[in-house]
Design a binder for this molecule. Sequence first.
Ligand SMILES: Nc1ncnc2c1ncn2[C@@H]1O[C@H](COP(=O)(O)OP(=O)(O)OP(=O)(O)O)[C@@H](O)[C@H]1O
Ligand SMILES: [Mg+2]
Length: 229
Amino acid sequence: MFDLQNVTKVYPNQVVALSGVTLRIERGEFVFLVGASGAGKSTLVKLLYREELPTRGRLFFNGRNITGLRASQVPYLRRRVGVVFQDCKLLPHKTAQGNVAFALEVTGAGAYLIRRRVPAVLELVGLADKARAYPHELSGGEQQRVALARAIVNNPSVVIADEPTGNLDPQTAWEIVRLLGEINRRGRTVIMATHAKAIVNRMGKRVVALDRGRIFRDDENGVYDDGLL
Ligand SMILES: Nc1ncnc2c1ncn2[C@@H]1O[C@H](COP(=O)(O)OP(=O)(O)OP(=O)(O)O)[C@@H](O)[C@H]1O
Ligand SMILES: [Mg+2]
C-alpha cells in the first residue's frame, strides 16, 4: 500500500527530519510509529497524505508515485486516506453530525448518502446520542471519536492517526485505540504515531521506531522499548 524508498525530508530551515527511510506498509496492517519527540513521526505521517513532499527518495501509494502527482490527482489520494490529529481540528460551529457530514459534502456526496452514512459512523464510534452536540459540549475523548468518525466516513482504505490519544486519560485513550483496532479488523490499514507505551505494548502490533529521522527498529508484535527510546 505504502512504499517509501530511501526517503529524506529536509525542511527549509535545513532541519533533516527524515533521513534515508525505507519502509513498506501492506494493505490491512496495523502499524505504530514510535520515537522520541522530534524523531520524525509527524513528518512521516505528513508525507503519507502528501501534506509535505520528500526532499529525496520515492514514495508510492498503491503503486503510484505520489511525489509526482499533479495537483489534479491529489484528491485520488485524499479520498483513500483518512487522517486524525491530536487536536481533532473539528469545526467549532458545526455539530458532531455536521462535522462528519461536511467531510462527505466536500467530496460531492449526495444528500441520500449523507443521511445514511453519517448516523452509521457515529453509531460505530459510540456517539449516536451526541450527534447534535457542538464540539465545546463534548469531552476530549468524544471530540476525538468525532474526528475518527470524520476520518472514516468516506470509507478510506487507510486511516492515519497522529497522536490521537495525546490529550486523553489512559482509559479514554484506550477506547480510541480499540476503535482503531475495530476499523483495522474491518479491513482498513491503520497507521498510528504515538508516545503511549502502555497501548503499544498491549496491542502487540507492528512497531516502527524512529530515532532522529532514521528507522532503527521495525518489529512485528513489537513493544515500545523504554531502554532504547
Ligand atoms: N514545518 C517544519 N519546519 C521546520 N522544521 C520542522 C517542521 N516540522 C518539524 N520540523 C522539525 O523536524 C523534526 C521532526 O519533527 P516531527 O514533528 O516530525 O517530530 P515528531 O516525532 O512528530 O515529534 P513529537 O513526538 O514531538 O510530535 C524536528 O526537529 C522538528 O523541529
Ligand atoms: Mg509529532
